[in-house]
Design a protein around this ligand. Structure first.
Ligand SMILES: [Zn+2]
Length: 181
């Protein structure tokens, strides 16, 4: 590797804004990685406590209700009610900086019918507090699983339908920078 390549590599590491491709955050805790793995095949899999039946999100090592460690991932009803919504106008992460430049990024908290409250990417802008929504899991551009919410009327039964929805907000694609290195 010559000196020019070395400098380019160092610049790329130090200055995310110079990268041709920016990705969403990919680092996850052990519990977060397990959540990603469990959610790859289905619509929404959450931790269920086999001792007390508590449904848990975000994932943790122990049950938040009874402190049991016998938690397993089970397919969970994906319906819920929108509690609050907001739009990100600023981010310190390069991927979202580039996305927010085009349009503010909508996020929301959703009270799932199964119990927990989830923070989700909101697909669309026509939501009001109290709306019924469906929440599903999908891999983002860093191959980490994130949660998205769509109106309850929208069909999310097949992987292809869910992929189409993710496509509309380009969450599974890099944020490109034409002159990047
Ligand atoms: Zn429990």
């Amino acid at each position: 590797m010559n000196i020019k390549d070395k400098m380019r590599k160092r610049l790329k590491l130090n200055r995310p804004s110079l990268r041709a491709r920016a990705r969403p955050p990919k680092h996850r805790s052990v519990c977060g990685s397990q959540f990603s793995a469990a959610n790859l095949p289905g619509i929404l899999q959450l931790q269920n406590c086999t001792d007390c039946g508590h449904v848990q999100y975000p994932p943790a090592e122990l049950c938040g209700a009874c402190l049991s460690s016998t938690l397993i991932y089970r397919e969970t009803p994906c319906t819920g009610t929108l509690l609050a919504q907001s739009q990100l106008h600023h981010s310190l992460w390069e991927y979202f900086k580039r996305r927010i430049k085009k349009a503010p990024w909508p996020i929301a908290s959703v009270q799932l019918d199964a119990g927990p409250v989830a923070i989700v990417h909101l697909v669309g802008n026509s939501f009001s507090t109290g709306d019924r929504v469906k929440v599903f899991s999908h891999s983002d551009a860093s191959r980490s699983v994130v949660l998205l919410a769509v109106p309850e009327s929208e069909s999310i039964d097949t992987p292809a339908l869910r992929r189409n929805i993710v496509d509309t907000i380009q969450l599974d694609q890099f944020a490109e920078h034409q002159q990047g290195i």
